[in-house]
Every structure is written in C-alpha cells, then in structure tokens.
Design a binder for this molecule. Structure first.
Ligand code: PGA
Length: 255
C-alpha cells in the first residue's frame, strides 16, 4: 500500500521569514492527516529556517534542485552534501529547470544519483509539452524521459523514489489534465516503464504524482485514480487553506 504524498513546489516565492510564518500556520492544520506524507519545497535561502521551524512536526522539507557535482567551482550551485540533514526530498527535472536552466536528461540522471548518494529522496519530474501532447506522443515521450532519468539506478532506490508526471501545458495555466490523462500516463507510461525496467514489485512501490494546476476543486478526481499517489503542486501550495484541502482530500481518498 503506497502512502499518498503531496509536495508543494513554491518555486521563486516567499522570503525566509514568509516561509517560516507560512509553515507555522500550515503544520498544525496538517497534523491530523497522519496517513499522508506532506512536503514543502521552499527556495534554497528559506530551507534552513523552514526546517528549523518544522522540527518535531510531520511536515517535511524538500529542495527544488541539487547539483550533480560534489563541490568545487560551480558558481550558484548547491550540492547534495549541503542539503543532507536539512531536507529529506529534492525535486529534480522540473520542466522549468529543463527549459530555463537547460537541464538535459543526462544532467537529471546525474542529479538523481547525487541526491540518492546523500540519502535524499528524489521527486523526479517528467512531462511533455503541448506539441508532443497534440501529436499523440505523450506515452512514448514520458517513457523515454523515465528511462533516461533512471539509467544506472538500482531497483531498490527506485522503489523509494517519487516520480511526478507534469504535462508542461498544464503547469500554472489553469488547464489541468483530465483525471483520465493523469491515470493513463502515471500508470501506462511512468509505472509501466518502471515495471519493464525493474519488475512489478518495484513498480508497485514507486510513488507517482500528478502535477499541473492541481487545486482543491480537482484533487478528488486525481486521488480516485489507482495509479496517482499524490500531487506536485505549485500555485495552490502557496495558500494554507488550499494546501490543507489537498492533503485532506488525499487522506480521504487513500489514507
Ligand atoms: P502549478 O505548478 O500547480 O502551479 O500548475 C505545478 C508545478 O510546477 O510543479
């Protein structure tokens, strides 16, 4: 039985003090939902204060990226070793990092390995753009991203990972994918590819999220999908009431 998991990707929002004030309000609201793993991913500069504010609560902290390198002359980058002990999770391969930072499948694969080497759980994001979707090539495209991202990683590590399917055309647009699309790709592309690569037991363990314009109003539909174990959420994760409603819906459907 997979535990539902909701991760808030704050992107470039909230100062360190805003982040602390937010989680101090959010953590007690989420406390009743013990059957759900809840995660906030603040900007790097807010990670330490957010983690300190959340110590002793069940709300976990993730980073939004990690370097593939250990240390050295990589201006602006943050390594897995620097994040270890502060966060439990790290988003890798978000479409905004693929697009704006030029991250390739090979870089993302190296970052997943770096995260695992430091005991961090990757939230590995994949998903197609509108052209791929309209060409009807989503399944093959996402499957190829999953294969490339997991290259050389053993099944035991994959079984503990989270993979987020996020169609780019649905991110921040308000045009959420239907629950049918989410189920078809989370199951038929992501989990099916993990099954092909590692066997059914690993595929049954890996948690798969849907992401892209997830809101309290559509969360129940996604959580009714057998292959959707939770959500990676941008906009709605910046609002305490919305975040709470998403976690409550996950608890109700799968807790
Ligand atoms: P959104 O973002 O929920 O604002 O669409 C999702 C994401 O980018 O992870």
């Amino acid at each position: 039985m997979r535990r539902p998991v909701i991760a808030g990707n704050w992107k470039m929002n909230k100062t360190a003090s805003e982040a602390v004030a937010f989680v101090q309000e959010l953590a007690p609201r989420l406390a009743p939902y013990t059957s759900v793993d809840s995660i906030v991913c603040p900007p790097f500069i807010a990670i330490e204060s957010t983690a300190a504010a959340l110590r002793g609560t069940s709300l976990k902290v993730g980073a939004q990226n990690v370097s593939a390198q250990e240390k050295g002359a990589y201006t602006s980058q943050v390594s897995g070793g620097m994040l270890a002990g502060l966060v439990d999770y790290v988003i890798i391969g978000h479409s905004e990092c693929r697009e704006y930072l030029g991250e390739t499948d090979a870089v993302i694969n190296a970052k997943i390995k770096a995260a695992l080497a430091h005991g961090l759980t990757p939230i590995f994001a994949c998903g197609e753009n509108l052209a791929v979707y309209e060409a009807g090539e989503t399944n093959a495209f996402v499957s190829a991203q999953v294969r490339a991202g997991l290259d050389g990683i053993d099944g035991e590590a994959v079984s503990r990972m989270i993979i987020a399917y996020e169609p780019i055309w649905a991110i921040g647009t308000g045009k959420a994918a239907t629950a049918e699309i989410a189920e078809n790709i989370c199951g038929g592309a992501v989990r099916a590819t993990v099954a092909e690569l590692y066997g059914q037991a690993v595929a049954d363990d890996v948690r798969v999220q849907y992401g892209g314009s997830v809101k309290p109003s559509n969360m129940r539909e996604y959580m009714s999908c057998p292959n959707v174990d939770g959500a990676l959420v941008g906009g709605a994760s910046l609002i305490v009431d919305d975040f709470t409603a998403l976690v409550a819906a996950a608890a109700e459907a799968k807790g």
